[in-house]
Design a protein around this ligand. Structure first.
Ligand code: BYC
Length: 336
């Protein structure tokens, strides 16, 4: 379905592409299509900046899914029951699948998966800030499902209408799976809160205290400090702003916290009748910038785990390529 390994990143654009970029008629036609709400396909003409913005966002999204497997994978061997282990295994495998759909969608923009992975491993590409926090107890796994996947769905449902069709298509399936992820997290916490011991209930509250603020940071910096938002909204890559999504997530989560019987760790969180939304306390943006700058609690550990997995998996990639070559030679012989 998707093109593979088109290594054009960092190379000079072809002469034809340069001519096209300079053609104001193509630019005008592209703007008209965006304004009309049309989807852009991989083979359609697009401005270079649109391509680069998409590549940045989709590849970072793919990296987030793959790095996001690590904090949860850490608990597969320690899940409390066979049922919870099977659910967690399926969830972590889903995240791997999401990463692969997204790398494939990003490859349609002309950059190979190897190049994207190299950008992650050398620290040039980002991944979500949230995965730089540790998973200390089993309650963290439920809390990730409830809050982190909950925030992810809020952010990702509008991307199903992203103007770039391969990304929008990948997001439809991803969102369906994320919805299951959120529900299993809520269910795990509800079980602990309704049937657990006091120590288990305290464990849930402690996990919520630690994950709440990083979860609401996931939506990115405030709109007036978000350098990419205006252009991405203009192009229909982002449909809803960082602050609007954060507000919607907080409003939806307050009621869920009440049902669970946990307290969200924000003394300033209260309903504002006039705004018909919740007011909330100040977010520590210094912490956010520090974490995405590489200095969060687990940044080094996460990156080292990814690089290690890549190096240790070299033989699998070589074996798969050798097998593919053999198959190809066989089919050439058979056709002759
Ligand atoms: N973490 O101008 P802004 C998941 C960066 S996967 C790190 O607002 P933009 C899941 C941003 O990249 C969750 N960096 O940027 C997986 C930019 O830096 P660059 C991932 C962040 O792109 C497994 C700078 O800050 N979801 O949920 O307009 C298990 C300025 O920001 C973050 C996606 O990737 C952050 N939180 O908006 C469970 C969704 N926020 O690139 C769950 C797709 C901002 O200029 N992505 N930055 O150097 C998006 O929707 C948008 O890219 C963002 C940021 C809203 C994240």
């Amino acid at each position: 379905m998707y093109t593979q390994a088109m290594d054009t990143m960092g190379k000079e654009p072809a002469e034809g592409a340069l001519r096209a970029a300079e053609d104001p008629r193509l630019q005008q036609r592209f703007d008209e299509r965006i304004d009309a709400g049309e989807f852009i396909e991989a083979k359609d003409w697009m401005p270079d900046h649109y391509r680069k913005t998409l590549l940045r966002q989709i590849s970072q999204h793919a990296h987030s899914e793959i790095v996001g497997m690590l904090p949860e994978g850490n608990w597969i061997t320690r899940a409390p029951t066979l049922k919870r282990k099977a659910i967690l295994l399926a969830k972590v495998q889903d995240e791997g699948g999401h990463g692969l759909y997204l790398y494939a969608a990003a490859e349609t923009l002309g950059t190979s998966r190897d190049q994207m992975i190299d950008a992650l491993h050398t620290g040039k590409a980002k991944y979500s800030s949230i995965f730089n926090y540790p998973t200390l107890t089993w309650a963290d796994i439920g809390t990730i499902g409830w809050l982190v996947d909950g925030a992810a769905i809020m952010n990702q449902v509008p991307i199903c209408r992203c103007s770039y069709a391969p990304y929008a298509r990948a997001m439809i399936r991803i969102c369906r799976e994320e919805s299951f992820h959120q529900r299993q997290g809520f269910d795990a916490l509800l079980t602990m809160m309704t049937k657990g011991t006091q120590a288990q209930k305290d464990m849930v509250q402690d996990a919520v205290n630690r994950w709440w603020w990083p979860s609401i940071m996931m939506f990115g910096p405030p709109d007036d400090q978000s350098p990419n938002s205006a252009q991405s909204m203009r192009w229909g890559i982002k449909r809803v702003s960082n602050d609007e999504l954060r507000q919607k997530f907080i409003d939806a989560t307050v009621e869920q916290a009440r049902i669970l019987g946990v307290t969200l760790p924000d003394p300033d969180l209260r309903w504002n009748e006039e705004r018909q939304a919740h007011d909330f306390g100040a977010i520590d943006w210094n912490e956010f910038w520090r974490v995405i700058g590489g200095d969060g609690p687990c940044n080094r550990e996460r990156l080292a785990a990814r690089v290690n997995a890549w190096e240790e998996g070299a033989w699998v990639r070589e074996a798969a390529l050798a097998h593919a070559r053999k198959q190809q030679q066989r089919s050439i012989k058979e056709a002759a």
